[in-house]
Write a protein that binds this ligand. Sequence first.
Ligand SMILES: C[S@@+](CC[C@H](N)C(=O)[O-])C[C@H]1O[C@@H](n2cnc3c(N)ncnc32)[C@H](O)[C@@H]1O
Ligand code: SF4
Ligand code: SF4
Ligand code: SF4
Length: 430
Amino acid sequence: MYYRLHNYCKLVEGAKRGAIYNLQTGKVHSINQGGLGLLTACHSQQLENFLVLESPQDKPFLDFLHHLTELGLGSFFLNEPSEPKEKDQPIEPLQLEFVWLELTSSCNNQCLHCYATSGPSCSLDLIPHERWLSLITEAHSAGATAIQLIGGEPLLYPHWRELIEKAHQEKFSFIEIFTNSTLIDDADVAFFKRFNVNIATTIYADNAATHDAVTLNKGSYVKTMAAIDKLLAAGIQLRIASIIMKTNELEVQNIMNLCERLGVEVTPPDVVRPTGRGDDNALLPTQYAKQPIKPPFYTDPFSFSNAQRQHNCLNGKIAITAAGDVIPCIFARNQVCGNILKSPLVDVLNGQKLKACWQTTKDQIEKCKDCEYRYACTDCRPLAQGSDPTKRWLACSVDCLYNPYTGIWKDDHRCPTKENPNDLSGNTLK
Ligand SMILES: C[S@@+](CC[C@H](N)C(=O)[O-])C[C@H]1O[C@@H](n2cnc3c(N)ncnc32)[C@H](O)[C@@H]1O
Ligand code: SF4
Ligand code: SF4
Ligand code: SF4
């Protein structure tokens, strides 16, 4: 007798435990060391070689296999089944998809947490206008279909409209400006409408006192809210971001209520990330935190295959700073992959440094590389790097409380056997 997991179920080994990824249902089932050893043995030999099928002593092993069968994860076979032919998942090519252009490092606000360390007295802008124009064409030729103008405050860049016109001419399918919205006037709103520009903006509270205490710009709340009203009245696609730090940590619900009243998407605000001025423990909120990394994890054929080849978020993205540096994400300020004032964009895109960023998988990341959840668990490299005391690119996220070497979640409330409905340890082997 033989036992095999179905073709659509993949066994991933961790240092201590294992996981069965069901690519059909999307569930990731956690199994303990006994289950992992049993399935590994099943894969290479018949059951009679290592189990006495009628023995009460070996009954738990067979019960475990029956349980997997009931869950649709595997089957018993009388004869040795032939090795399944692996159907190759289409591999997402390494190609540029999305580009941030940081038009200026200047800003009329001076937010406490700004990762770009922008402010009124900041000017590191080195890229001639003609180069920005040509970069839009180069990025599009390299495959990018989505573009965002950002800063600093992008509307302080004198010729931003020409860049939008250029992106429109190049037929980018998604064009967005990320702005603090303090400088938007009626003519700008009409321009956004005409060129189908999406707007992203930021609020830190539902009142001027707290919002302005973050932006350090008195009057900014009133201006931003007035612009939001105009944008919405004109039917412009708008998303509102919000970042929580100590100064505004009591505003979470107010911000979400405000978004609901405005009729824009309501998402729980993000917590300040440790980059630029945001790299300051004194800014951290004490009463608000994002969800920690924890089960249940989910999978699908495409992401399972991609997770073994490239980064879940960075792949296909670049940001170009006002100093010409190409970085893989606006938050990855130290990960410079080239400079477009020294080389054509295509050379940076083909360079090893960027490829290495795009191809950063959890198989390379400290601790994750030994974790059975590594092909289902998502990752933010800049966040993990920023939180690491020595700023290592391959550091594990501090938000992970799992120890793959013991199979234990640090906080009892996050223990997989209690919270994860896909944990099979309860009815399995020790
Ligand atoms: C750098 S700003 C540029 C666009 C524009 N000036 C604005 O503030 O909306 C883009 C977004 O990054 C957010 N941001 C800045 N520093 C951050 C940090 N350290 N952690 C998380 N988000 C941050 C801002 O709050 C804003 O939503
Ligand atoms: S977060 Fe935006 S508005 Fe605030 S200082 Fe930075 S660039 Fe300016
Ligand atoms: S962050 Fe890494 S160690 Fe933690 S659960 Fe995810 S893959 Fe595992
Ligand atoms: S999730 Fe992380 S890596 Fe992805 S865009 Fe955001 S900061 Fe960058």
